[in-house]
Design a protein around this ligand. Sequence first.
Ligand code: G4P
Length: 525
Amino acid sequence: MEIREEIDRRRTFAIISHPDAGKTTLTEKLLLFGGAIHVAGAVKSNKIKKGATSDFMEIERQRGISVATSVMGFEYKGIKINILDTPGHEDFAEDTYRTLTAVDSVIIVVDAAKGVETQTRKLMEVCRMRNTPVMVFINKMDRPNRDPFDLLDEIEKELKIKVRPLAWPVSGGPTFKGVYNLYENKLSLFLSDDKQRAEGEVVDVALDDPRIDDYISPFTQHLRDDLELVEGVYPPFELDDYRAGELAPVFFGSALNNFGVRELLDCFIRIAPSPRGSRTEQRAIDPYEPRMTGFIFKIHANMDPNHRDRIAFLKICSGVFERNKPYLHVRSGKNMKFSSPNAFMAEKKSIVDLAYPGDIIGLHDTGNFKIGDTFTEGEQLKFTGIPSFSPELFRYIENADPMKFKQLYKGIDQLMDEGVAQLFTSKLNGRRIIGTVGALQFEVIQYRLEHEYGALCKYEPVQVYKACWVESDNREQMEDFRRRKFNNMALDKHGREVFLADTSYALTLAQEKFPEIRFHFTSEF
Ligand code: G4P
């Protein structure tokens, strides 16, 4: 196959949701439809079981298992699909944010009874920053649920995106029958109640076919009324608007019962974008360029003491990655070749000889790589669009063993490179502040410093509400800000200036008082 064809047939995406909305179930059903697995329940996704929330070692253990499911590749109707898994636990949200930098589109799962929840809202903000095309799957229609029109309104308002239903539920709750496929204008019902497999009888009848009554009576009229309203209220589906991240096609269904999943998948492979271009500090990268470029968006450290290895996930952005071919690791200036890069197919890892744009490969790492590292065939490039996100929890980190000063700082440095948390250094007193997205990370850091670096740390409270990167074209105002806010100024790991606001009120006040200063909530602006 030509390289161009290989690129065009790839779809790399992530499924995101608030915990419990059904991300794992949907992932599994997609793999089932794709023939990548044969029985539901086979995938142990990145999902962290309930009840494990207080035990981070258990969570890490489960995360360890899930290395193989970090990327799930499979073929469906000639299309190569790469699903990037994201951790369900919100304490690992930063992992999810970074994963979103490596995908070309996203499917958002929303619970039909709960509507849009906090985590979904936050993740959507990241999609919006990058204009990532999104599709929405409203799940659990087999349970008591909210009115579909209400749900669409809420999505539009809360996720700030135009919506267009492409599948419509026939009834809901206990009488849920299936979905009407608006994309292909036919009814899709599963008559089989075998939830474990993807087979089952599918009925295709159009709305104007009199036989429709045989299947969905007494809901036919209701469906006709609903669809009339849909056509009246929502503009027709425009592919360009979806691809620009401005319009979300919406599907209804029940992942658990296989309802609506095939409709979603069939539409997905038709409309979801193949690998898109990427940005570097130097120039734009076109996926069809002959030379290989790629960047590391995630590093997974194994906490099992018997296998203390790290896997760096490389997203191929252009050209063809070849096993055993030397590539330039731009940050160190060294040429490196990889004898056993891993590709991920469903749950299995295998050594791969060639990888194309859109593919993700796993590289063994002994501590040399950082998030954002770029590989090329010699060109000096640095990919952008892999920002750090403003953390939400902060603590001073102190050395608890004076003999292990060096180990501690080496450990902190490496953990930060891996993206476990972010480090800020106070300008006032030079103390180091760790910022994280979830409380669990503090424990993870403490544990790993001790077990991997032989260093002891302790935490002390610090009053910080939010860290924002600040800049201004008005030098005078910036100087004035620095002077007045000296106690709250810090430097991030790259030496950039960060304002650590004590409270949300202090932040608002600062924004009002210094209108020419830009306050950024991600490290790239
Ligand atoms: P997550 O990855 O987004 O956290 O959600 P997950 O798929 O694990 O689903 C959360 C719970 O919701 C699971 O039940 C799952 O079986 C259920 N679920 C998912 N899709 C549907 C659906 O379409 N209809 C109904 N009724 N339930 C659905 P659980 O009891 O928490 O877990 P399990 O013991 O069944 O695995």
